[in-house]
Design a protein. Structure first.
Length: 365
């Protein structure tokens, strides 16, 4: 049986359904699709006017949640050291300036001693004043102190740590110091053990402010070219949907996967997304031409024929109207034939009208 013959049978069945409705109405004069205001309200019926809509195509792509690099920081020593003590653990929330790990270093001990000596020397010279000592001696003492301070800053000590070192004096020049949190955030990686010797640049901890995360989606180059910077994006994970915003589209195609990376920033105030998770990215691409569309719930099947209920000639009357449907986008279904723009139709409550119509045909009051 070809499609044309099958279509003819479906239309014929729909015609029989509509004819049965008309016959039932003529037989007892009681039209089940005529409702007063109270019945319309109770049935949840809402009438809208059919209008053209601009539908938007969406593509789906696999994505991976990553830490927002603009809101993350790594913690590493700037000088060869040995780990003395751990101040935080994986998953801890920390504040900016909070101690994270205690280290000990020979180079730091030497510089601490140099600073203490230079600070004491500078204190004596400053007390005498530039009139009592030569300009050369005055400047040398000041430069030596400032250079020792700068060297400790380069090793990662803060101004507060340096000031406390000077106050404590020579007993504090033992090479011990603490790495402080450069920002507030959560400890997301913890890659060291106490007693371990670590080299400069070795990443000990990673801090991430998880109020936002990145999702890296990968698209075919031809598809990625259709994505606009302001495109609407949603991220689906564990049955929940999160709104996102495109922050970057790579201009390089990955040599292995032959895909283009799309970086999406997603607010994560509820801490529902975590780095490493796999998600689905739904991205709007170029809009299509305008088309007549109605909510998907406005279309019901009568005799296997898609049908929309439209307002009848009498007050409170509704009539079934067979339609031809097209694609569905974001809960809206395109109507290609049967319904015209400007026609009042039932956008909510169509199933209630269908039930009333079928009960009438079965003789159920």
């Amino acid at each position: 049986m070809n499609r044309i013959a099958l279509r003819a049978i479906v239309v014929a069945m729909a015609a029989l359904t509509f004819a049965a409705h008309a016959a039932a109405t003529d037989a007892d004069g009681d039209d089940p699709l005529v409702l007063d205001a109270t019945a319309i309200k109770d049935a949840g019926i809402v009438v809208d006017v059919a209008a053209l809509r601009t539908s938007v195509d969406r593509i789906s792509a696999p994505g991976e949640v990553k830490a927002d690099a603009y809101a993350a920081a790594i913690v590493s020593p700037r000088v060869a050291s040995q780990v003395v003590a751990r101040r935080v653990r994986l998953g801890d929330d920390v504040k900016a300036g909070q101690p994270l790990v205690a280290l000990s270093s020979v180079e730091v001990a030497e510089t601490q001693g140099q600073l203490i000596v230079a600070s004491q020397d500078w204190a004596r010279v400053a007390a005498l004043g530039p009139q009592a000592v030569s300009a050369r001696r005055y400047n040398e003492a000041l430069v030596q102190r400032d250079q020792a301070k700068a060297k400790l800053r380069a090793y990662g000590l803060s101004d507060g740590q340096i000031a406390r070192l000077i106050q404590r004096g020579s007993s504090a020049a033992d090479g011990s110091f603490e790495l402080l949190a450069p920002q507030s955030g959560r400890v997301t990686t913890d890659e060291f053990v106490v007693g371990e010797r670590v080299e400069p640049g070795r990443v000990l901890l990673t801090l991430a402010a998880e109020a936002s995360v990145w999702v890296e989606a990968r698209l075919a180059p031809g598809v990625a070219a259709q994505v606009r910077p302001d495109a609407d994006v949603s991220i689906v994970s564990n049955g929940r949907t999160f709104a996102g915003r495109i922050v970057q589209r790579s201009h390089r195609t990955d040599e292995k996967t032959r895909t283009v990376a799309l970086r999406i920033r997603v607010p994560n105030e509820d801490d529902m997304l975590h780095p490493g998770e796999l998600v689905e990215a739904r991205i709007a691409i170029a809009s299509r031409t305008q088309e007549l569309a109605v909510p998907a719930a406005a279309i019901v099947l009568l005799g296997n024929q898609p049908t929309v209920f439209v307002r009848g000639k009498r007050a409170g009357q509704f009539e079934p109207l067979p339609v031809e449907t097209g694609d569905m986008h974001d809960g809206w279904t395109a109507v290609t034939q049967g319904l015209k723009a400007g026609t009042p139709y039932v956008s909510q409550g169509a199933f209630s009208l269908k039930a009333r119509m079928l009960r009438s045909q079965l003789g159920d009051d």
